[in-house]
Design a protein around this ligand. Structure first.
Ligand code: ADE
Length: 255
């Protein structure tokens, strides 16, 4: 995917070798920690010089992301924001740690999950992949990307292809009807139900119609404590689409 993105000319990826920004004969980018302790620490100067060597930011905007298990946990909303910026620098170490002053060079710190990798490279690949596939024109089918799990705030429904029956397991009949509106409704319900069963935590931040909230409650969902009640106002169906409301816990009791 990353190669396809690069080949399309819509994504440019440049790799900078920090060793080129060292000034000692051994070209060392790490050193022993002050105060002692195990492992080597990534030095601040090579990172600072490497950043200073970069061309000016695209459209005057640049994010310098430090990949570290201590960063904010990566999610699709963050990926979308970074794609919008368009100019993203990823910085990471391969060592026990990094000089604390490197943090001052970054605009944000991101972790790809609550586990420790031996280096930032796999985290960088994960982030580059997630970013590249959202760059317009990179994925053949943008619609497909937009219906992905998380992109809609909930998990995506299941999909099927031939055969119609496999070892007794049937494709849901609705999908064979050719009735587009019914199929869309079926997929939405499947997605909601799947999210309720697998990741109910996502529902509390999802964009749902009042009808969907009531439907989910009938399936056993309890909105988070303090969430706005779906009752009350009538549904706004202007432009033919029910208005979606964000299910959100109230920040204070007067809200
Ligand atoms: N470097 C080491 N572990 C990491 C993680 N979980 N996320 C981002 N960078 C890392």
């Amino acid at each position: 995917m990353i190669r396809v993105a690069r080949d399309s000319g819509r994504v440019e990826i440049r790799v900078v070798n920090l060793r080129e920004f060292t000034d000692d004969p051994h070209r060392s980018i790490d050193d022993y920690p002050y105060g002692g302790g195990p492992g080597m620490i990534l030095k601040v100067e090579p990172v600072a010089r490497a950043l200073e060597s970069l061309p000016p930011p695209l459209r005057d905007r640049r994010e310098v992301v430090l990949l570290t298990p201590q960063g904010a946990r990566l999610d699709q909303t963050m990926v979308r924001r970074l794609v919008d910026v368009g100019d993203v620098v990823l910085a990471f170490g391969r060592y026990k740690g990094l000089d604390e002053r490197i943090r001052s060079l970054a605009t944000r710190e991101i972790s790809i999950g609550d586990y420790i990798l031996s280096g930032g490279e796999p985290a960088a690949v994960v982030l580059v992949d997630a970013l590249a596939r959202l760059v317009p024109g990179v994925l053949g089918d943008l619609d497909s990307a937009l219906s992905d799990s998380f992109e809609t705030g909930i998990l995506d429904s299941g999909y099927y292809t031939r055969p119609e029956v496999y070892r007794g397991m049937r494709v849901p009949r609705t999908l064979l009807t050719g009735d587009h509106a019914r199929i869309l409704r079926h997929r939405r319900e499947e997605a909601l139900l799947r999210t309720l069963r697998r990741r109910p935590d996502l529902l509390s931040g999802a964009s749902l119609t009042r009808e969907e909230i009531v439907w989910l409650q009938a399936k056993g969902w309890t909105p988070p404590p303090g969430a706005k009640s779906p009752g009350g106002e009538s549904e706004d169906k202007t432009a033919g689409r029910p208005r979606r409301v964000k299910v959100q816990a109230r920040r204070d009791k007067d809200e």
